[in-house]
Write a protein that binds this ligand. Sequence first.
Ligand code: SAM
Length: 299
Amino acid sequence: MDIPAFLAGQLASQYDEADVRRILSGYGVQRRTTLRVNRLRTNADAVRAALAEAGIGAEPVAWSEDALVLAAGQEEALAGLAVYSRGEIYVQSLSSMIPPLVLDAKPGENVLDMAAAPGGKTTQIAALTENRAMITACERNKARAERLRFNVERQGASHVTVMNVDARQLSDLFAFDRVLLDAPCSGSGTVAQGFRGRFEAAYLARTVQLQTSLLHKAIRLLKPGHEMVYSTCSILRQENEQVIESALRTGQVELLPIDDAAFEGVPRLPVTLAGTLCVCPDERYEGFFVARLKKCARR
Ligand code: SAM
């Protein structure tokens, strides 16, 4: 598959030949549609039964009871199903279900989702906490914020406040128990047939600058001694490990390792920061990066 020359050069400089071949093969395959069962409205058995009745095959995923992988070519039938229109399922990539699981928010906590639209992770956090966490979901883009509101409503996420703002402008008077920064990125993990993304040095540099300033803001808004998650759907180290390293250099945060055993079967790429997770794109997974940070307690 043809990919932009700049991206090809970045991959070749960051990964060995075997990994570049895996990545290119992952870009080239038709990715299977995957979905998350919305526990706020139903359960996995009921969804499996509804899919079976509609003749849609679905396979389980080892690391999440809520994740299902549809049989190839059956995604179009999904939109006509009641489980879909009633918000009992959410079409979401498997990789994108990982950050909320790593975040592990608890009932009663104040959670900030800094870059939230269209709301896959916001509504997943609501489901994981049984609607008992107070979630603030920020989105800078007005149309996307509307889409976020729609999804929050449809999924029955009842304790979510949507803010249509640039998260960098949030008042520093806020203090959250947990923060998810699912940062805007180049999308280098999600390249697929027909992809027309922008891959050039100046665009990547601007994206990294935005990611870095959002991460520094996230750290300011996080309570000392508390945890956050940084994620991107990119597999380029400038947007991933290097952004995390810039935060580590401030001495305000430490890296907490992600529990490998919790994500059995997830295809991985090598990382330059031990304890972070980089997912290799393949037939089931988008390329993704996830890191877990803890803000140091005030001395
Ligand atoms: N977390 C979302 C989900 O799981 O559905 C996906 C988020 S997407 C990777 C990044 C989002 O960040 C985009 O919707 C983009 O418009 C938004 N964004 C970009 N810059 C932002 C900023 N400065 N403040 C808040 N949102 C921003």
